[in-house]
Design a protein around this ligand. Sequence first.
Ligand code: ADP
Ligand code: MG
Length: 456
Amino acid sequence: CWARVRTRLRQEVGDVEYRNWLRQMSLAGVEGESVLIHLPTRFLRDWVRDHYGDRLRLLCQAEMPGVRLVELRVQAASRAEKAAIEQEVAEASPLAESLAPAAATPAMAEPVRNDWLVPLDPRFTFDSFVVGKPNEFAHACARRVAEKPAQAGFNPLFLYGGVGLGKTHLMHAIAWSLRERDPNLSVAYMSAEKFMYRFIAALRSHNTMEFKTQLRSVHVLMVDDLQFLIGKDNTQEEFFHTFNALIDAGKQIIISADKAPNDLSGIEDRLRTRLSGGIVADLHATTYELRLSILQSKATISGVEVPPRVQELLARKIASNVRDLEGALNRVVAHAKLFGRPVTLESVPEVLSDILRAHDKRLSIDDIQRKVAEHYNIRLTEMASARRSRAVARPRQVAMYLAKQLTSRSLPEIGRRFGNRDHTTVLHAVNKITELMAEDPAFAEDVTLLRKMLEM
Ligand code: ADP
Ligand code: MG
């Protein structure tokens, strides 16, 4: 039945691709519900897993009774891996030099084979994309292109921004929208990495004509994460020709990268110029408001009730990017579903302790002073004032104590932030509060609560 899996895979992906990526798979055995497959290098293992993993699993499930999972393992040492990659580069270079530039664009071509394309993620649509200040321009451009591809001024569309801010989501959304409107339109989406491996595979099998023909027959070409082509001169060259051929033929091109064209060092000037020749739109870092709207939207989709306070906590704490935010929410939701417990402000810090710790901004003395002043209902300025009445002196001491416990500031540094007090004053405060906490459980509980709120 393994032979049948291989045959079906070969039929699905075609000979060239099979030869390049899948031929070297060997069946190592079946352990329980898992089928173990060996590949000689990590490179191949990762490639097969990322590009054929799902297919492989489905075929194994269909052909091999009792199998539910596929496990890919590297069998050979990593020296072999290096050799394989070196060999690949060596094989790519001399041939690439001899490639004729775009001159011979073949006449009409057969439609792009499906296995060329990365499948589109069904979740990445315009409907599920939450628009806010940081992404409204990029979103508007994407909508515009989706409504009318290849219009003047919007070709190419170049989207850029840091990881996890929605570039891939927007590209897929455009593709879904275009396909929905016109199923005959051929829309090709691929990562720059995939573009390169296709190209190398074509070079190896002396099939570059087919590669060019297929690429140039699409109506819309999307290449994601273009920064991958930095330093890959031959692939960049090929991309440049494809790019020109398509633009000249009135096709739409959509590119994403982590930086603006001008900041992509290691990209040839002429390509850079062409990349900025249409519209360049950036996805800015998220704001608190956008993160909150995204959480609201995703929490609703999840079907699990996530209280507003929890959403606020996540939006405040996980500010890096949408992907991380989504990851945190997914875990909270999965936890609630698995254990059938509601999501609460108390449970979340535990469920997400590792994630929250990783995102923990260093607490500042300002934060502590603000929170303590708020808690005791005194003015923030009292933290640095000279007043000694108990009503302000005690909270000030609590703040000093917490600053010592929760930050890495030294006593003199802390003293300076509290109205230029001496380090002995801070030390006295720390000792005093420690003492009071030991004597008075209600006071201890109060300070502990403050500490928890600050640490959250
Ligand atoms: P990038 O390609 O820029 O690295 P992605 O497009 O892969 O980022 O986005 C990462 C995750 O965050 C995806 O799951 C995506 O759906 C989600 N995401 C990003 N921005 C938004 C948004 N504005 N609204 C809804 N989901 C978003
Ligand atoms: Mg992406």
